[in-house]
Design a protein around this ligand. Structure first.
Ligand code: ZN
Length: 232
């Protein structure tokens, strides 16, 4: 290993740093889309409870309609019995029963009106929300198009750097690459640094004169004893 292998590693560092810079620019712009998508999802989530309540309302309405028909049938039967009643006591009894049935039917119909009003209200909420969702969907598509446009150049750059990176990695020393790949995610463009006087250009801690001399001599690859960065 020599200075040239360090230069080859510097090339890997240069290209990798560019790629991660472009990727962070892409991520920054995509954040806007992520936020818009989350807002859109929150809006869509509001639909389920409305639909659930609508379903409940409709099933209550159906039950009340059946109850109302039943009450109507009882009333009709009662009226027929009343027509045929011959005795005063029977007549009075049937009259009272009829009044009760009619009261029952009126109460059912009142409930039905309330339920129908509630259904109407829920339908209106459903329709408003659908409109809001459709508008938000349109805005979302605009943001998506905008983000795609704004990140296009960066994505092309990243794409065009893949081959050079591949090549740079192919010619770099495997052992150095292994250390580089371990350090790069946290250190970024400062895995390979120069000595700054007698201090490491990355962590700024002083190195021994022995290490400094080794770096100056440039015949072997030297790592900072404190942070493991490559010194050269
Ligand atoms: Zn260091």
């Amino acid at each position: 290993m020599d200075l040239e292998s360090l230069d080859r590693l510097r090339e890997v560092q240069r290209i990798s740093s560019k790629i991660s810079l472009y990727q962070s620019e892409i991520a920054k712009r995509e954040k806007k889309l992520e936020i818009a998508l989350a807002d859109y999802q929150l809006l869509r989530d509001q639909m389920a409870p409305i639909e659930a309540r609508l379903g409940q309302g409709q099933s209550i309405a159906r039950k009340l309609e059946l109850d109302s028909k039943e009450a109507e049938a009882k009333i009709e039967k009662n009226r027929k019995q009343l027509d045929q009643a011959t005795q005063a006591t029977e007549f009075t009894g049937l009259k009272e029963q009829l009044a009760r049935f009619e009261q029952e039917k009126a109460a059912i119909e009142d409930s039905l009106i309330l339920v129908m009003e509630k259904i109407e209200e829920l339908r209106s909420q459903e329709s408003d929300l659908n409109k809001h969702i459709a508008e938000t969907e349109e805005q979302l598509e605009e943001i998506r198009a905008e983000v795609t446009e704004n990140t296009k150049d960066y994505r092309n750059e990243v794409e065009s750097l893949q081959k050079p990176l591949e090549h740079a990695r192919e010619v770099a020393d495997d052992e150095l690459l292994e250390t580089f790949d371990r350090l790069f995610p946290s250190l970024g463009a400062t895995v390979v640094v120069s000595l700054d006087g007698n201090a490491c250009g990355g962590c700024h801690l002083s190195v021994s004169s022995q290490v400094g001399e080794k770096v100056q001599a440039g015949i072997s690859v030297v790592n900072c004893p404190s942070c493991s960065r490559f010194l050269g």
